[in-house]
Write a protein that binds this ligand. Structure first.
Ligand code: NAG
Ligand code: NAG
Length: 158
């Protein structure tokens, strides 16, 4: 009996691992994917205010920027924007709650804007709070999606 349930759990974990290999790799834990995920995703632009306006497509993106998720002043996760300026952070819902992410956490970009446009400041960085924009299904998982409310330049970041 005990062996049967162990086999079942093993199969479930294996199925989850196949369904979301990327999430699996980032989580480090096996239980998270069985319950769901929190995903923070956005595009970083090479401007002092994240508002790209109606002609947003002509605003250059900010590639290779270090994006930190900070909660209560602590760095809890780090990622880098890709060549399209896109970043994505996956979080385990056992350790993180959407309401806490919205009320107590922010995204901080420590890479100075000068690294994507030499005319922009070489000190400080961009930061943004978070908002939830619904949820979606990824395989069997319920994924709560969060996005930045809008990046703004803060000269005092370092
Ligand atoms: C950056 O990541 C996004 C989201 O995963 C993807 O759609 C886009 O193609 C990627 N860009 C590059 C240049 O890899
Ligand atoms: C770089 O920043 C300057 C100052 O904000 C701006 O006028 C210029 O258009 C930017 N260059 C690019 C390629 O976006």
């Amino acid at each position: 009996m005990a062996l049967k349930s162990l086999v079942l759990v093993t199969l479930l974990v294996a199925a989850a691992a196949i369904a979301v290999p990327m999430a699996q790799a980032q989580l480090g834990g096996l239980l998270g994917p069985l319950l769901g995920l929190l995903r923070i995703q956005g595009v970083l632009y090479c401007t002092p205010n994240g508002n790209i306006g109606v002609s947003g497509t002509s605003t250059p993106v900010f590639p290779n920027a270090l994006v930190q998720l900070q909660c209560g002043g602590n760095v809890v996760s780090t990622t880098t924007t890709n060549l399209s300026g896109t970043f994505s952070i996956l979080l385990d819902p056992i350790s993180f709650v959407t309401s806490t992410l919205v009320s107590g956490c922010k995204l901080v970009v420590n890479t100075p804007l000068a690294s994507c446009n030499a005319s922009l400041p070489s000190i400080g960085g961009l930061e943004s709070t978070l908002q939830q924009v619904g949820s979606s299904l990824l395989g069997l998982l319920n994924v709560a999606n969060l996005i930045p409310t809008g990046f703004l330049f803060n000269a005092k970041l370092n």
